[in-house]
Design a protein around this ligand. Structure first.
Ligand code: ARG
Length: 409
């Protein structure tokens, strides 16, 4: 009996070739699954039909398209916001967040179709293979994971030839300038001219952050328990909200990242990201936490956040540690409710102009230096004396203070 394989299908050259390759080399019946995670805001239903037909033309026995945009926003972008997720302090995990969404659908489709394996089009050099493989194994350890592009050893030209030989329709055959991955959370750009980390990224890499606004814009982002729920007082579903703030922030040129990052497989790589929605929401959310989180909780959360981002980056979305951290993060968000006023100034500046919350821990009476001051000044002296008691005793007995003074340059 033929092996049944569900392939994560993008409609591009590699996954189209992968359909035929799996048929030839694995004697597989291929079910192509295209998952819409918001990769192109302007892909219409007809375009998805073109993608579906392309998979069938390449030889797939079945081809399905699922709309996972809301799921991507609700179940993946929202937890990333709550966790202030930025890998290596910068990258908001654009591609890393979409892979577990796709994995979830791959595994569900594999079960529905009684498949033996799932497959993806990733090469052996990147993080995405890690996310597909490990993600699948953490949901369905019994399923085989096939990665044709990791083993076929075909150059881009050879892929084009292979497609021609088998009459596989491909979108555009012209030289691709970059390797691009896109979803609701933003866009990742690799390869081509940007492989030289010293070279300025050419202007044509940017599509989501071209400056069209001429004036600064302000937008008020409303949060409830860490979840963004409104823009300028208008309630929006998470996918609409992400799309809308992305357009707005992008039009002011905000949301670009140019960085060299550490891939899981040991390669340093130069990456360009455009993620106006992600970065704007992360800026706003973190600021609201400054206002509403109790200090110890805030500090402890900040220690765990890099770990959360690493786990997600490294394909551990479904791991027990990531789930346990989610529970912590969720509990921390209980009172992260309020509004943040973002001011976007072209080209490319986003700053928090104001914040407020019905449960703010900012207490004007405690903070003010004017006559309405409610702080008990007399408490400070004893508190500060005890706070420094340990070091004062140490300095008196062990005379280290004198040594520090003598050590002056
Ligand atoms: N380096 C980024 C990451 O690992 C982006 C990967 C983009 N993927 C791609 N196939 N172009 O998350």
């Amino acid at each position: 009996m033929a092996k049944r394989v569900v392939l994560a299908y993008s409609g591009g050259l590699d996954t189209s070739v992968a359909v035929r390759w799996l048929m030839e080399h694995e004697r597989a019946e291929v079910i192509a699954l295209a998952v819409d995670v918001g990769q192109s805001a302007d892909l219409e239903a007809e375009d998805w039909e073109v993608i579906r037909n392309r998979a069938l033309a390449a030889g797939a026995v079945e081809a399905e398209v699922v709309d996972a945009r809301r799921e991507m926003a609700e179940d993946f972008c929202v937890p990333a916001i709550k966790a202030n997720a930025r890998y290596e302090g910068k990258y908001p995990l654009v591609s890393a967040l979409s892979r577990p969404v796709i994995v979830r659908h791959l595994v569900a489709a594999a079960r529905r179709h009684r498949a033996d394996a799932v497959a993806h089009g990733c090469t052996g050099k990147g993080n995405d293979q890690v996310r597909f493989d490990v993600g699948t194994r953490s949901l369905a350890p019994d399923l085989e994971v096939l990665a044709p592009a990791r083993v076929w050893g075909l150059s881009r030209e050879q892929c084009v030839e292979y497609a021609a030989k088998w009459d596989i329709p491909i979108g555009q055959t012209k030289e691709k300038l970059y390797s691009i991955d896109e979803n609701l959370w933003g866009k990742a750009i690799e390869c081509g001219a940007i492989e030289d980390p010293w070279a300025d990224a050419p202007n044509d890499v940017y599509t989501l952050t071209r400056v069209t606004a001429t004036e600064p814009v302000e937008v008020v982002v409303g949060f409830e328990s860490g979840v963004p729920v409104s823009l300028d007082g208008r309630a929006l579903g998470p996918d609409e909200l992400v799309t809308e703030i992305g357009r707005l922030a992008g039009s002011t040129g905000f949301g670009r990242l140019d960085m060299v990052e550490n891939r899981r497989v040991g390669i340093k790589s130069r990456e360009i990201y455009e993620c106006p929605a992600a970065l704007a929401l992360l800026v706003a959310h973190a600021d609201l936490e400054d206002l509403t989180l109790e200090r110890d909780l805030h500090h402890e959360k900040a220690r765990l956040e890099p770990r959360w981002a690493e786990l997600v980056y490294e394909g551990m979305w479904f791991s027990p540690l990531k789930r346990a951290l989610d529970a912590f993060v969720d509990e921390s968000q209980r009172h992260v409710t309020g509004e943040v006023r973002l001011r976007l100034e072209p080209p490319g500046v986003c700053r928090v102009a104001g914040r407020r919350s019905p449960v703010a821990l900012y207490d004007h009476g405690l903070a003010t230096y004017d006559a309405t001051d409610t702080f008990r000044h007399q408490d400070a002296e004893g508190f500060v004396r005890l706070w420094g008691l340990g070091v004062a005793t140490w300095a008196a007995r062990q005379n280290v203070g004198d040594q520090a003074i003598d050590a002056r340059p």
